[in-house]
Design a protein around this ligand. Structure first.
Ligand SMILES: [Fe+2]
Ligand SMILES: [Fe+2]
Length: 271
């Protein structure tokens, strides 16, 4: 288990006057995705079948992801007493299935798998940092502080193992860049849109485009340029490029502009 537990969260400081419904809906969706972490841990144990030390780290990692889900779920039920986490998670699991074999084939190797995990942890580390800064409710801020620190540690765990994999495997920077871009594109897949639906909009039929826009219009709103700069640097480092040079600055600027454009479009269409 990680460096904190649910008992370390100051639940008594919960302040219902400082809630933002859009942030509550993001926290609910995130609780489902995080709580599903055990399934990914089992997948990593299969991919690294001959590496018991890494399997142990992957199991601890999975437990920490599940704890993220539990903390967010408990907070979301304080924020919205009508939120039924168990029912929402059951809906999420029945409607969103991960094809791990196809996913592994897409990555192609252990190094590819580690690189993809670095991209995911970059995304979650940025997301919870941005959520903490955007939230006014003190308990959620505390939860996000703990989760963001975990996600950064997870990135380091996978980055370190990526280095070990690259000693055994030949995977050049351009091949790594392709895998990284592929994983970033996958964030457009069903997972977040369906989690948003299962947590917030299950009284209507699932409309992927509508849920995707509703999620994006809320999620993109919390980011600021420094979150994007840091995220781009972490991705470049994992791919094998200099994180803070001209390439990083250029990509951070372009990514920020692209995100603002997508935020405006999704907010307009979701309205
Ligand atoms: Fe997490
Ligand atoms: Fe993580």
């Amino acid at each position: 288990m990680g460096s904190w537990t649910l008992d370390d969260i100051p639940w008594q400081r919960f302040d219902p006057t400082r809630l933002d419904p859009k942030i509550v809906s993001l926290a609910k969706a995130a609780s489902l995705v995080e709580y599903n972490g055990a399934a990914y841990a089992r997948h990593l144990c299969r991919v690294f079948a001959g590496d018991p030390a890494f399997q142990q780290s992957a199991r601890c990692w999975g437990e920490e992801e599940v704890q993220h889900g539990m903390a967010l779920a408990r907070w979301a039920m304080l924020a919205d007493p009508d939120f039924d986490f168990d029912a929402a998670f059951a809906r999420f699991q029945s409607g969103y299935r991960i094809d791990f074999d196809r996913m592994f084939a897409r990555r192609g190797s252990q190094a590819g798998e580690m690189l993809a995990r670095c991209i995911v942890e970059t995304g979650t580390s940025s997301f919870y940092t941005a959520l903490r800064e955007a939230a006014a409710e003190p308990v959620l801020r505390e939860i996000c502080h703990h989760i963001a620190a975990d996600e950064l540690r997870h990135y380091r765990l996978f980055y370190k193992n990526l280095g070990a994999c690259l000693v055994r495997e030949r995977l050049g920077r351009w091949a790594r860049l392709k895998i990284a871009l592929g994983r970033i594109a996958e964030s457009e897949d069903d997972e977040l849109a369906y989690a948003y639906y299962a947590a917030n909009a299950a009284d209507t039929a699932y409309d992927r485009q509508r849920c995707s826009r509703a999620y994006a219009s809320r999620a993109f709103a919390i980011y600021r340029p420094h979150h994007i700069e840091r995220g781009v640097a972490m991705i470049l480092k994992a791919v094998g490029f200099t994180p803070n040079g001209w390439l990083g600055r250029t990509l951070a600027r372009l990514s920020w502009q692209a995100m603002r454009w997508r935020f405006s479009r999704s907010a307009r269409e979701a309205a």
